[in-house]
Design a protein around this ligand. Structure first.
Ligand code: PDD
Length: 279
């Protein structure tokens, strides 16, 4: 990988004209590969990027990459697969080139981030931050500047993640989906152009179904989120991460709630169950 080069006129490099996805592997077994590949295809289609590998081609690419990277077969070892597709290399003009050059396709395995047990046991703190992203957040675009700045603000405030707020409504975390719990019901922003449709969000919804917990996919205001009994985030790298403080104040009693804990465990169970089903 140290020998890979990016041409100066790659449109990803000059225009952020590209998309990405992030997957988790347990040994050689990916979590919800089909859903990630489907989302990647939708992101490419959303940007009208042509000539991208099909799902079947992606499966071959990933399996060859796993071999060449000597990826462990031990399911206890977790790894991240980063995939990026840009519109390719062409002389710098804003208008997309015709005919389209072949897309630049990049994929590599990297170590999965580890989160201290303490964070899962005590929950993390967040700050609310204006959601300054564009109006097509369902596309996993590599143009991440508003998120970079939101994460910068979160770090400066000494908290784990930013909670993005658009027109008074909580959309999601900087790189995670956001949930709150009130009177035993889980609330999260509906799918659509204002959020990324997280694959882990889908596992959380399945977990709630399995656990018989009601979920309402409706917009929640920042005030309602602050007044919730519990809150948590979901993403490929974290699975479920409890949130116990927001804007310097505790959420509920400031401890990880029972529903959050139960959903976190059920998400882990579902992932483990599905790993044994994958070939
Ligand atoms: N981020 N929302 C946003 C804006 C995200 O960037 C992510 C993922 C999610 C969660 O999606 P999933 O459950 O499919 O990982 C929600 C990845 C991990 C990243 O940017 O590295």
């Amino acid at each position: 990988m140290s020998e890979a080069v990016v041409p100066i006129e790659d449109r990803g490099y000059q225009f952020a004209d590209g998309v990405y996805d992030v997957l988790k592997f347990h040994g050689r077994k990916p979590v919800r590969l089909a859903q990630h590949l489907e989302r990647l295809a939708e992101s490419c289609a959303g940007l009208l990027i042509e000539g991208v590998p099909s799902a079947a081609e992606w499966r071959n690419i990933i399996s060859e990459l796993a071999d060449r990277s000597e990826l462990s077969h031990d399911v206890a070892e977790q790894t991240i697969l980063y995939i990026q597709v840009t519109r390719g290399v062409a002389p710098r003009l804003h208008v997309p080139p015709i005919p389209q050059p072949p897309p630049t396709v990049i994929a590599y395995f990297k170590a999965a981030p580890r989160y201290a047990t303490e964070l899962r046991e005590n929950g993390v703190a967040m700050i609310s931050h204006p959601d300054e992203r564009w109006s097509r957040c369902n596309i996993k675009s590599i143009a991440l500047l508003p998120v970079v700045l939101a994460k910068h603000a979160a770090r400066a405030a000494g908290v784990f993640e930013a909670l993005l707020v658009r027109d008074g409504i909580v959309t999601e975390g900087g790189a995670s989906n956001a949930f709150c719990v009130r009177d035993g019901v889980v609330f999260t922003h509906p799918e659509g152009p204002k959020i990324l449709s997280g694959v882990t969000r889908g596992i959380v919804l399945d977990a709630a179904r399995r656990a018989g917990i009601e979920v309402r996919e409706v917009p929640v205001t920042l005030e309602e989120f602050r007044a919730a009994d519990e809150a948590f985030l979901s993403s490929t790298t974290m699975n479920v991460m409890p949130v116990t403080r927001l804007d310097g104040r505790p959420i509920g009693d400031g401890r990880v709630g029972a529903i959050t804990r139960h959903l976190a465990e059920t998400v882990e169970e579902i992932i483990q169950d599905e790993l044994t089903l994958e070939p």
